[in-house]
Design a protein around this ligand. Structure first.
Ligand SMILES: [Zn+2]
Length: 398
């Protein structure tokens, strides 16, 4: 595929329109608008396009209650569904910026930089995906390769609702391409990614009047404090494994011995076996702290397994590097602490590249930006890769 036609003005228009819509993970109205825009944008490229209702997401709130939250509709877009030679492309339409967040508008900082919510993570990536597919469909080999696109609504809150859909579709794919942004402004790809466990601890004790009946009370905050100090002490025991006690809440009025307290933890893992270790340690701590009149519950909010690159992934990245080189582009990859749907996909025995989106930076902050010259560069890169896979590249990764 020598000549790839990418319409930069159309890319820029998509970027501006899509980023102007607030689609924070919990903003279902904005998400529905975003869903509609994407539906219209991808429909002309597809043979089949479906809105898939996602199950509600349940979690434990900081008051210790079980809450459930609607997750909206994912988009499933299919091309040549009859073909066995298939690849998966995935992305998410949600951002970390809710309706109440002050960061809502786009601002052009210079000729090459736009600052705005989701410009890099990952509405810019969705723009790249759309225009790469459009270019690929012009290739004379396109008819030999089927593709499925899944765009989810809950990636930024752990993909609990969309994960089974993603994994199901991925089963019939030889390779998965995820449009998360490059991990550095110069375009580096993510290699191995750390895993992430989100854990909620809820302790209960017994409420009592702090003046009249102090001795009858059982203080759930103090009980929780003991437990989290034991958890904190696990830091430094295994290479690359960190446990961050990020949130804590408990108590009502000052004159009541508190009967409930809640903490939330973010645990990052370097190796798959760390997960077994950390679960064992949490069990041991739970056993050691058993105390009459108190209770502790440990709930996993969501888990992203560790991603270690497998042979098919290495082969696919090498192919991409070679393709890039023939277009004067040097690609490298390195390990990354952040995680994404690529972590889940990497549990299957397929090739997974998960930073095919734009170059930019400061994601998840009000300083998020995109480097505009990466729009065409990355769309071409994906179009070359798709064409290469269609021409027989797919059979060289196994
Ligand atoms: Zn993302």
């Amino acid at each position: 595929m020598e000549h790839v036609n990418i319409d930069y003005a159309a890319m820029l228009q998509d970027l501006n329109e899509w980023c102007a819509i607030n689609s924070g993970s919990t903003n279902l109205i904005g998400m529905a608008q975003m869903h509609q825009r994407l539906f219209e944008a991808f429909k002309p490229l597809s043979d089949n396009i479906e809105s898939i209702p996602l199950p509600d997401v349940t979690s434990i709130s900081m008051t210790g209650e079980l809450t459930s939250q609607a997750a909206g509709h994912a988009l499933l877009i299919r091309k040549r569904p009859h073909l066995k030679r298939r690849i998966l492309l995935s992305g998410h339409m949600d951002t970390v910026f809710g309706v109440e967040h002050p960061f809502q508008t786009l601002q052009q900082l210079d000729d090459n930089i736009i600052n705005g919510p989701g410009v890099a993570d990952m509405k810019g990536g969705l723009v790249v995906m759309r225009h790469a597919l459009q270019a690929f469909e012009q290739s004379t080999h396109a008819h030999t390769l089927g593709w499925d696109v899944i765009i989810s609504t809950d990636e930024e809150i752990g993909s609990n609702a969309s994960n089974s859909l993603l994994m199901n579709i991925a089963k019939s794919a030889r390779a998965a391409l995820v449009y998360e942004p490059a991990i550095t402004p110069d375009g580096r790809f993510a290699k191995n990614r750390k895993g992430d466990l989100k854990v909620t601890l809820v302790t209960t004790g017994l409420a009592a009047h702090s003046g009249r009946d102090f001795d009858k009370g059982r203080n759930a905050i103090c009980y929780l404090a003991d437990i989290i100090m034991s958890i904190q002490a696990l830091n430094g025991q295994r290479e690359g494994l960190t446990l961050n006690i990020g949130k804590i809440a408990g108590g009502t009025a000052l004159n009541i011995v508190p009967d409930k307290a809640v903490a939330q933890l973010d645990i990052r893992l370097l190796y798959p076996e760390d997960e077994v270790w950390v679960r064992e340690q949490l069990n041991i701590i739970q056993q050691q702290h058993q105390k009459t009149g108190y209770s502790l519950s440990v709930t996993h909010r969501y888990d992203r397994p560790v991603k270690r690159v497998n042979k098919p992934t290495e082969q696919l990245f090498t192919r991409l590097q070679t393709l890039a080189q023939s277009h004067q582009l040097q690609l490298t990859w390195e390990d990354c602490g952040g995680c994404c749907d690529g972590n889940n996909l990497a549990q299957l025995d397929i090739a997974v590249l998960d930073s095919l989106g734009v170059r930019g930076g400061n994601i998840h902050t009000s300083a998020e930006y995109i480097l505009l010259d990466s729009l065409i560069e990355r769309a071409k890169l994906s179009a070359y890769l798709l064409d290469d896979l269609a021409r027989g590249g797919l059979e060289t990764i196994y």
